[in-house]
Design a protein around this ligand. Structure first.
Ligand code: IPD
Ligand code: CA
Ligand code: CA
Ligand code: CA
Length: 260
């Protein structure tokens, strides 16, 4: 069953990417949601609808959780559930026309089975099947090796090291000082894909939704990366939570610093 779903999804996600690239030739309808920095466009909704139509036609018993709310309302993850972020990094999509991705995870009874992150502008598809390896455009991604903070690039949003209502900036400051470098790409999905591909070593953020991380979680775990919340606990894929993704070894080193 999973091979068959994967074959469909490989076609659907590339077709969705083509639609997004075509949309660059049209005028986007841009709206704000909860705040001026929380953007949504007609393309976010159209791409979510594109996946929903195909999934419902092919797998009518599967359920769908999508960021733009066009799928089902879920209270639990029993059965097969598709968790979809049609465009992760909408701000980048609108302002930069790059550094955004389609992110999809397919879960069975809460266990991640398939994960996809498609970097549309670069035409790079990261994907994994539980137990069958992770790939970038068909090339296997090697297992992640242990590393240490002083040799690592860590990704986090600059607001978390300024005065904010979620975390004491003094908790994260020692990390930023000790790391080899910091980055902030503005797409949780791509930041997870980069960890899986060894381009980044850790990523942490204080509040994400299941659709931001569902695809990435399957891909990162498949290459031996660690995905938890900022307390080192497993993630619950039905609620918002903090997220901490890292290469092995580095995960323990960073947790020890932020829990000091
Ligand atoms: C956002 C991106 C961003 C993260 C935000 C998310 P969206 O997703 O992943 O990197 O910092 O918290 O909401 O709204 O562009 O799909
Ligand atoms: Ca959004
Ligand atoms: Ca997102
Ligand atoms: Ca989104």
């Amino acid at each position: 069953m999973w091979n068959e779903i994967d074959q469909h999804m490989q076609h659907w996600i590339r077709e969705a990417g083509e639609r997004i690239r075509d949309a660059f030739q049209t005028k986007l309808k841009i709206e704000t949601k909860s705040s001026p920095s929380d953007l949504v466009t007609n393309v976010d909704r159209e791409i979510e609808q594109f996946f929903i139509e195909r999934i419902r036609r092919t797998y009518p018993t599967h359920r769908i959780l999508g960021e733009e709310g066009l799928g089902d309302t879920l209270e639990a993850l029993d059965g097969v559930v598709w968790i979809i972020d049609p465009i992760d990094g909408t701000m980048n999509f609108v302002h930069q026309q790059r550094h955004f991705a389609i992110s999809v995870g397919v879960f069975q009874d809460g266990v991640g089975m398939l994960g996809y992150i498609y970097d549309v502008a670069f035409d790079e598809l990261y994907y994994a099947q539980n137990g069958k390896g992770a790939f970038l455009n068909g090339t296997p991604l090697p297992p992640l090796e242990k590393t240490t903070l002083d040799r690592s690039i860590i990704s986090l949003n600059a607001t978390w090291v300024t005065e904010n209502r979620r975390i004491d900036p003094n908790v994260l400051a020692p990390l930023v000082k000790k790391a080899r470098g910091t980055r902030s790409y503005g797409s949780a999905a791509l930041e997870m894909a980069y960890i899986a591909a060894g381009k980044l070593d850790a990523y942490m953020t204080l509040r994400l939704s299941p659709w931001d991380i569902a695809g990435g979680m399957v891909i990162v775990q498949e290459v031996g990366g660690v995905v938890t919340n900022l307390y080192g606990e497993p993630l619950n894929m039905i609620e918002k939570s903090s997220v901490f993704v890292s290469k092995p070894g580095l995960h323990e080193e960073i947790l020890a610093i932020i829990q000091r």
